[in-house]
Design a protein around this ligand. Structure first.
Ligand SMILES: Cc1cc2nc3c(=O)[nH]c(=O)nc-3n(C[C@H](O)[C@H](O)[C@H](O)COP(=O)(O)OP(=O)(O)OC[C@H]3O[C@@H](n4cnc5c(N)ncnc54)[C@H](O)[C@@H]3O)c2cc1C
Length: 400
């Protein structure tokens, strides 16, 4: 029997890859998705119950079309599967009014967000301190804050999003091969790609690399050296004594730049898992990079204590220091915390989409659609120039 030549193979079917596999299968393409684990899993970048989504993404105007389209797609996928993916809670972004606090590579994040909301006519309110305190009593403000409130912001359930898209992909005829590690990709003289795995070799016309924190394994040093993997920790603190103030009906998702330094920042969610489920709160670190195969996944008592003392207690005095659970996760970060969604500069048959710098999940449904466009037509309706290797990293000679 002749060997199957897939129209596309997707390497890594987490957030970006499951979306791409679904979009390609929906178009009737012969596609294979391969993952070293069995997504959704807890070993990459897409676990931990919730991800923030918001429309006026202060990271830059180039991202707004991606998130807007993703919101449409999440609702479409919910309608097709009956799964619960996107919950609207409203979203609050808080900064100190006279400080130009930076977040995800953008200076003055709150003002950037307000500007983009006006530019894209996204419903929002600008809130003064008294109004934030009145509407959201658990937030312990200093008194010089400014707040951006977006009523349609909320959270996604990442595991459900991935599961739903893989289910639909298979329903539309995709082949899924889990617990299979991709060891290498070769572009042969006839222009086809050979994907070498722990379970044999597969051939495709195009390959999408959506390998998350392992993406560097598939890029030469001239690109990989510009990408860093950072271990992040998610915490759920006990909130049972004040649960009523943190339910999704009254508590928004939030991003809070509470001080001047880049790391004086936290974000979080309402308590979605009942009285005993805890309140998910996290900060970010981009100082110590790691390797996804050797990282420690244990969260120490010292880490939890430091998190509570510096980030939680001053901002949310009514939250207990008892940690209900904790998890580690990876950011895959480029210069300027931007995304790369582009053909590999040396091999146009190989498309890369993973380094999403800690803010990619909300965009992932649309990124899957964009990747399917790149495979089938070579271009996308959404402007991808800001996400090219050339824009984000530069050409190898420039960047060396
Ligand atoms: C703590 C944390 C909080 C975040 N919060 C937000 C948020 O609130 N909002 C937001 O929008 N974004 C957020 N993000 C970012 C977002 O979650 C990521 O950008 C997104 O999930 C990354 O998806 P991915 O597909 O690139 O990676 P993953 O979902 O990890 O998928 C990569 C897949 O590739 C597979 N793989 C890798 N190498 C191989 C190989 N050799 N062979 C086979 N398979 C392979 C892996 O097993 C994995 O399944 C957060 C990230 C973290 C870590």
């Amino acid at each position: 029997m002749a060997e199957t030549v897939y129209e596309a193979i997707v390497v890594g079917v987490g957030a970006m890859g499951s979306a791409a596999l679904y979009q390609l299968a929906k178009r009737g393409k012969r596609v294979l998705g391969i993952d070293q684990f069995a997504p959704p899993h807890t070993l990459g970048s897409s676990h931990g119950d919730t991800r923030i989504t918001r429309q006026a993404v202060g990271e830059g105007a180039a991202y707004v079309p991606l998130v807007m389209r993703s919101h449409e797609l999440w609702r479409e996928i919910e309608a097709q599967t009956g799964d619960d993916l996107y919950t609207v809670t409203g979203g609050l972004i808080i900064g100190r009014e006279h400080q130009q606090t930076r977040h995800h590579g953008k200076e003055n994040f709150v003002q950037q967000t307000i500007k983009l909301a006006s530019q894209f006519q996204i419903a929002h309110e600008v809130l003064r301190v008294a109004e934030i305190k009145r509407r959201f009593p658990p937030f312990n403000l200093h008194g010089d804050e400014i707040g951006y409130y977006e009523p349609l912001a909320g959270f996604l359930r990442p595991e459900n999003c991935i599961r739903a898209q893989l289910k639909l992909a298979e329903r539309f005829g995709a082949t899924l091969q889990t617990n299979t590690k991709v060891q290498g990709i070769e572009v042969t003289n006839n222009g086809l790609c050979t994907v070498i795995t722990s379970q044999g070799r597969f051939t495709a016309e195009k390959v999408i690399i959506s390998a998350g924190a392992w993406v560097k394994d598939f890029l030469g040093a001239e690109y990989a050296n510009f990408i860093n993997i950072y271990r992040q920790v998610l915490y759920w603190f006990d909130v049972s004594a004040n649960y009523a103030a943190f339910t999704p009906e009254v508590c928004p998702i939030y991003i809070w730049m509470f001080g001047e330094a880049d790391d004086e920042y936290l974000y979080g969610f309402p308590a979605i898992d009942g009285v005993q489920g805890g309140l998910k709160i996290a900060a970010e670190q981009m100082e110590t990079s790691t390797d996804p195969d050797t990282v420690s996944r244990t969260v120490t008592a010292e880490e939890t204590d430091a998190m509570y003392r510096r980030y939680v207690a001053p901002q949310f005095p009514s939250v207990s220091n008892q940690c209900v659970k904790a998890a580690t996760c990876f950011y895959t970060v480029t210069p300027g915390s931007r995304f790369i969604i582009d053909q590999h500069p040396a091999h146009p048959q190989v498309i890369v989409a993973s380094p999403c710098s800690g803010h990619g999940f909300k965009h992932s449904a649309a990124i899957g659609e964009v990747l399917a466009d790149l495979v089938t037509t070579g271009s996308s309706k959404i402007d991808l120039a800001p996400f090219s290797f050339a824009q984000v990293i530069g050409t190898p000679t420039q960047s060396a």
